[in-house]
Design a protein around this ligand. Structure first.
Ligand code: IPM
Ligand code: MG
Length: 353
């Protein structure tokens, strides 16, 4: 097949992890006989540094015209002084909104062999395999009005959700649960927030169309605790944008490192695939980053945007075999010497070839 993808290496460790994933992409293309077109686009700090806005129009247009986009990371402390919308992160949010990718899927599981590398005691983490379905284009991240007034010493944001926004993300969660253990936990703060009260009511209504799926509700504070005390109780966690951002970093503890976690952002058009981790400026350019989250995101890209399930499985098996063989980057505790980002990518790519 002729595949048309877009790459956004972005900031910090982004270019390194995307390069490693491209090594894997080339291996998949040669093994399965695909021709891959994959232009790179600027975004975030990388765009700002060349005098461009955080989301240059040609970047959005390029992503819209391709089948899917693989993104490294966005965020650059050099631009922390800018207003929210002009910052590198503002570019990422504009890209998510511009692509209409309202459903962010963040799977977490324990890769075999990593049980002892993870901070949770093995008997707590054992058997954990969960999927966070995070609403991605609404809530506090996008709510208007929003303002910071330094002179008055006052700032505010708006958390707003509409019924259609809640319905469509709930459908994604229930459909995902059907392919898994058929259990959705909807996470909110309905004891305090009106947005959460609407959320809970709508999710409950949508659930009636999925009688084969069990629904329970949890407050976000209680969910935060249960994620690290009883992680195996969860199958699909359905939640709004900010709660999903926070809980997905916490869920990384179960896997052993945030560097392992992939994500898929889906809407009605091309998807956006990115690791859950950020730009990690402290280790950027040192070949220390873990590329597996990006490589696993590439697997999700093959599965969800290209409907090429064998290619996705080949990537995931290669990641599993690489970890089983004892190959580790520095973020996975207790191993010396650690492999570099590039080497780790090569190990996975070689297994696919
Ligand atoms: C994530 C990141 C982003 C978010 C940042 C970089 C804007 O933390 O994808 O989880 O908050 O969504
Ligand atoms: Mg985050």
């Amino acid at each position: 097949m002729h595949l048309h993808l877009s790459l956004i290496p972005g900031d910090g460790v982004g270019p390194e992890v995307v390069a490693a994933a491209c090594d894997v992409l080339d291996a998949v293309a040669s093994r399965f006989g695909h021709v891959v077109e994959r232009p790179s686009y600027l975004m975030g700090g990388a765009a700002l540094r060349t005098g461009r806005p955080a989301l240059p129009p040609e970047t959005l247009a390029g992503c819209r015209a391709s089948q899917a986009t693989l993104l490294g990371a966005v965020g650059d402390p050099a631009f922390d002084h800018l207003p929210s919308k002009e910052r590198p992160e503002g570019g990422l949010l504009a890209l998510r909104k511009g692509l209409g990718v309202f459903a962010n899927l963040r799977p977490t599981r324990i890769w075999p062999g990593l049980e002892d590398a993870a901070p949770l005691r093995p008997e707590i983490a054992r058997g954990s395999d969960l999927l966070i379905v995070r609403e991605l284009t609404g809530g506090l991240y996008f709510g208007e009005p929003r303002q910071i007034d330094r002179l008055r010493g006052e700032a505010f944001n708006t958390m707003r959700y509409t019924t259609p926004e809640i319905e469509r993300i709930a459908h994604v969660a229930f459909k995902s649960a059907r392919g898994r253990r058929k259990h959705v936990t909807s996470v909110d703060k309905a004891n305090v927030l009106e947005t959460s009260q609407l959320w809970r009511a709508i999710v409950t209504e949508v659930a009636s169309g999925y009688p084969d799926v069990t629904l329970d509700h949890m407050y976000v504070d209680s969910c935060a605790m249960a994620l690290v005390t009883r992680p195996s109780r969860f199958d699909v966690i359905l939640t709004e944008n900010l709660f999903g951002d926070i809980l997905s970093d916490e869920a990384a503890v179960i896997a052993g490192s945030i560097g392992l976690l992939p994500s898929a952002s889906l809407g009605h058009g091309p998807g956006l695939y990115e690791p859950v981790h950020g730009s990690a400026p402290d280790i950027a350019g040192q070949d220390k980053a873990n590329p597996l989250g990006t490589i696993a995101s590439l697997a999700l890209l093959f599965r969800h945007s290209l409907s090429l399930a064998d290619e996705a499985a080949a990537i995931e098996h290669a990641i599993e075999a690489t970890l089983k063989a004892g190959d580790r980057t520095a973020d996975l505790l207790g191993v010396t010497p650690a492999l570099g980002c590039r080497q780790m990518g090569t190990r996975v790519a070689d297994r696919i070839r």
